[in-house]
Write a protein that binds this ligand. Structure first.
Ligand code: SF4
Length: 102
């Protein structure tokens, strides 16, 4: 999983393993809700340089959320989502994303 520019992504791979309900990623689903471009051994994206917009936190912020949130607020919301998803998937606490001040 990518570092996602300025966001403190811990490369847990959780977001790549829960794409079943994301319309923009329908063609990436391997059939089990996991992105077919996730290298499950290394937890890295095999199409990182060419990954879609929805997988790019900073691009999503600039194009869709900058009018409503500060970058810090957007990162904080993403961090909460990452950590909640990690909890659901039983991912080790060492991958938790640090809290952003908002
Ligand atoms: S769930 Fe969050 S911390 Fe984990 S890989 Fe995705 S963006 Fe990074």
């Amino acid at each position: 999983m990518p570092k996602n520019e300025g966001f403190a992504c811990t490369q847990c791979g959780a977001c790549c393993r829960r794409i079943a309900k994301i319309a923009e990623l329908a063609r990436f689903d391997d059939g089990s809700g996991i992105c077919k471009y996730l290298d499950k051994t290394s937890n890295t994206c095999t199409i990182y340089a060419n990954r879609p917009e929805i997988c790019r936190i900073d691009m999503m912020f600039e194009r869709h959320f900058a009018e409503n949130y500060s970058k810090e607020q957007f990162y904080a919301l993403n961090a909460r989502a990452c950590n909640a998803l990690q909890e659901i998937l039983g991912i080790s606490k060492r991958f938790r994303v640090g809290v952003y001040e908002i």
